[in-house]
Design a binder for this molecule. Structure first.
Ligand SMILES: [Zn+2]
Length: 211
């Protein structure tokens, strides 16, 4: 099985595994525990950040960054993390895509979503042993603030699987988890079974529907 035949999400994961340890020295001083499925804090709605330039937000982003880097080096998984996953109920997410600068997004919101939906395999750092198929919008438009407090907007689609990743992370800010988006509970499986049975055979988007 060639990497080119893998579903894209998993290809991205594989790229990360290959990349892990090569370029990123892992600082562990600010690594925080990642809350696990069942922790009620993961179900809370997070508060808007009033001032993205506050030092407190920079510290939060640093902790998210180091926590994500630590988990990625340890497990090979993780391209994004949301503040509530380390117990901070603020609307901040942090992405680290392979080969791209670290990307903190403050108060991210989806201002437009395509009618077209896709079904993708997904998991979460808060339950890394469970995989399932979920439904996402194919393309979205996101507005957010950077750490300077500037408001920015961009389109996300299939490239780098950015659209589904952002939907996953922004959901966290409203206490919504991947399991809430499962298309069929019968797709839920362990990581081991997923990798053994579905990783090679499953197309990235098993279905695309217009509604
Ligand atoms: Zn998650």
């Amino acid at each position: 099985m060639q990497p080119g035949e893998w579903p894209r999400r998993l290809r991205a994961v594989w790229d990360e595994i290959s990349e892990a340890g090569k370029n990123e020295p892992i600082a562990t001083g600010n690594v925080r525990p990642v809350l696990q499925l069942g922790d009620p804090l993961l179900r809370e709605k997070c508060a808007r950040v009033l001032d993205p330039t506050e030092p407190e937000i920079a510290e939060l982003v640093r902790d998210l960054s180091e926590t994500l880097a630590y988990w990625r080096a340890k497990t090979g998984y993780g391209r994004g993390i949301a503040a509530p996953q380390i117990g901070v109920l603020k609307r901040v997410i942090f992405l680290k895509l392979p080969g791209v600068e670290p990307w903190p997004l403050v108060n991210p919101q989806i201002v437009h979503a395509s009618e077209e939906k896709i079904v993708v395999w997904d998991a979460c750092l808060s339950f890394l042993s469970i995989f399932m198929q979920v439904e996402r919008r194919r393309r979205i438009r996101v507005r957010y603030q950077n750490l300077k407090g500037e408001t920015l907007e961009f389109e996300a689609g299939d490239e780098r699987d950015l659209s589904e990743l952002l939907q996953h992370e922004i959901d966290h800010l409203d206490g919504i988890l991947t399991i809430d988006r499962v298309v069929d509970v019968k797709t839920i499986c362990t990581r081991e079974e997923f990798e053994k049975r579905y990783r090679a055979a499953s197309p990235y988007a098993v279905a695309a529907t217009r509604r």
